[in-house]
Design a protein around this ligand. Sequence first.
Ligand code: ATP
Ligand code: MG
Length: 210
Amino acid sequence: MSNDLKGKVNRLGIMGGTFDPIHYGHLVAAEMARGEFNLSKVLFIPSGTPPHKVNRDVSAANLRYEMVELAIQDNPAFDLSALEIERIGLSYTVETLRVLRRAWPEYELYFITGTDALLEIFSWRDAEEILTMIQFIGAARPGFDASDFLLKVQQEHPETQGRIHYLEVPALAISSTDIRARVRNGQPIRYLLPELVRLFLQKHGLYTAE
Ligand code: ATP
Ligand code: MG
């Protein structure tokens, strides 16, 4: 590392998700995390076939990818990766992080999730390894209070000390599940997600049937 770079930490945010469809809950969480933790970039990584969603028909990966592309195009700090959708088989976060760790050795990695996902991290494959590789940011999500969880983690997993961060954001009770149900029921979804994404899913007839 050259002298003038010393002390300057490059931080990369990672926002994984199904994004079926992407909505303002995702975008607000990512942008607030970027600001709060001084992230140089947030990389959105749409999942391939998510291990915990095999029971539901998830929209085609290329459509979910395109929706993310439309949603982030006006934010110069947001970027998109096809890493998981190009991988054959199930995507496990730990594998993605190993790849990113190698690709961005000079970056500190910050994995951004909502508090619902944060509450489940210890059920993820190789959770301990994940927690030594990266920092974790759990963004407030209505209905998922993480305070008890964070206390318990401090007691039971002292090795994660200082690596799991709770982030207050202007919380949005928006979910992809709710948006899909609204489309199915003919209810409005405008203002829950970027207009370009709304027009895209309309054009492709997404979520109109069960
Ligand atoms: P679904 O209802 O299909 O599960 P979702 O709205 O939960 O969709 P995901 O693609 O599952 O969206 O979420 C990707 C990531 O974004 C997860 O870490 C999730 O916790 C987070 N997230 C989703 N919605 C919000 C929100 N409204 N506020 C904060 N974080 C969110
Ligand atoms: Mg979800």
